[in-house]
Design a binder for this molecule. Sequence first.
Ligand SMILES: Nc1ncnc2c1ncn2[C@@H]1O[C@H](COP(=O)(O)OP(=O)(O)OP(=O)(O)O)[C@@H](O)[C@H]1O
Ligand SMILES: [Mg+2]
Length: 324
Amino acid sequence: MEPFVFFGGKGGVGKTTVSCAYGVKSARAGLETLVVSTDPAHSVTDVFDQPFSDDPESVKGIDGLDAMEIDPETETQRHLDGIRNDLSEQVSAAMVNEINQQLEMAHQTPGAYESALFDRFVDVMRNADPYDRVVFDTSPTGSTLRLLGLPEFLEGWIDRLMHKREKSIDLFEKAAIGNNEPRRVMDGDPVLARLQDRKEFFEFAGGALQADAAFFLVLNPDQLSVNETRRAIDEMRERDLSVRGLVANKLTPEPDPGEDGRGARYLRDRVATETERLKEVRETLDPPLVAEITTRTAEVKGDLLDDVAAELAVETDAEAPTFV
Ligand SMILES: Nc1ncnc2c1ncn2[C@@H]1O[C@H](COP(=O)(O)OP(=O)(O)OP(=O)(O)O)[C@@H](O)[C@H]1O
Ligand SMILES: [Mg+2]
């Protein structure tokens, strides 16, 4: 199994729960494991009953498990500040004000949030040496996983920007007459250097996501969730990312055969409906169903995590990353 494992799925299906359970399972199997969450609700803090921050910290009571919570809002601000600093070095003071205003607006667009998270995920992957396995609990907006299919596209875009910049410098060089220094030169051009950096960043991201990452989708046994999962699989396939497996969570438990009260009949009917949905999943979706996790009577935390982890038929052994 690849060293980087992503769990996606729509809001509330159990991504954080399953990511943490899988993290626990990996750590118990002797792998140095990191769980990375982007949940603004700090759910990982709730699951382990321990506050986490932007830096990995060890999870108390579980050897070999670290966790960190990336706050998407802070990350977006940091991302835009980075862009602001980069640009301020390269443009006139008059432009800086204009850029600040543009960036304020950019902050409000959904793309900024996703793009910041993408950068941070890739950053975590690049600095994953101390770990055998990194588990990503992706944000519920659903677009995070889709975004992971973008590096190739972005690389092409950067190539075009670099080409434009080279052409413009070339014109300046040609325009410099006699012994006059051209206003721009290719060597040490800060814009080209920055673009080259970004290009390498996306090259790494594309390679690592293709070769070193496995994607899983979490779903619940209802029609909406199944439909959404089907769409997510298709969209990821269009981006050359394949979904390794599906995790069905929050399955209704079956009552004992002898029971026939109102509660038992309700459960039996629910189970019948859910069995139909799971049959549809098995027959019409390509990725295999790798786990069927029943609903517990309380939130999944503490010892319950090990129980849920045992129901996850997702292998834990990790290969070394090829792209780091
Ligand atoms: N198998 C289960 N049995 C009982 N409760 C569960 C189970 N799986 C998840 N839950 C509970 O359901 C709620 C939502 O789960 P979780 O936070 O893992 O979902 P999520 O997909 O990460 O949500 P979000 O999209 O908001 O990030 C939590 O309170 C969690 O404890
Ligand atoms: Mg969550």
